[in-house]
Design a protein around this ligand. Structure first.
Ligand SMILES: [Fe+2]
Ligand SMILES: [Fe+2]
Length: 163
């Protein structure tokens, strides 16, 4: 990321490296707000269409986040996930969350849709918690700061391309 710094009356360009783990944590912070919102409004939601539209918002926002983790982050860590027996599990959890959100759209009654969306949000929270407690610290432990910063740059390029 380029920042401009005013020094002695002149702007200097500064390269600021953002670690991929910081990027993902920042995205998680937004998701925690979204999950709080969904859980707060869900009990008083009165139509199936409203519940489905909440599921759509979660799906649309989660898709690029999970893709970043799968494409940029999981591959360099694959070997370490294998060592702690978690490799399949993390890929699997993304799929389980997608499947639960897809199931909301298939629900035919309000209560079923609410229950399925509630369990999708609970699955997200538990998955995010695991990433924050285990995966991100492990990445910062085993990958070099430079690698984390290069992955952060790769994330930024992907976001610029998708604008
Ligand atoms: Fe994830
Ligand atoms: Fe995540």
């Amino acid at each position: 990321m380029d920042l401009r710094l005013l020094q002695n009356g002149r702007f200097r360009k500064l390269k600021v490296a953002m670690k991929i783990t910081d990027v993902l944590r920042a995205e998680h912070a937004v998701f925690h707000n979204l999950f709080d919102h969904i859980e707060a409004v869900l009990p008083r939601t009165q139509t199936l269409a409203e519940v489905k539209s909440l599921a759509t918002v979660a799906e649309k926002l989660l898709a690029p986040h999970a893709k970043t983790e799968d494409d940029l982050f999981m591959e360099p860590l694959e070997h370490y996930f294998d060592q702690i027996g978690q490799n399949e599990l993390f890929h699997e959890e993304h799929k389980q969350i997608d499947a639960l959100l897809a199931k909301v759209h298939k629900a035919r009654d309000l209560n079923t849709a609410k229950q399925v969306l509630q369990s999708a949000i609970a699955a997200c929270r538990s998955h995010f918690d695991k990433e924050e407690r285990i995966v991100f610290p492990m990445a910062e432990h085993v990958l070099k700061t430079r690698t984390l910063a290069e992955l952060g740059e790769a994330w930024l390029r992907r976001r610029e391309v998708s604008k």
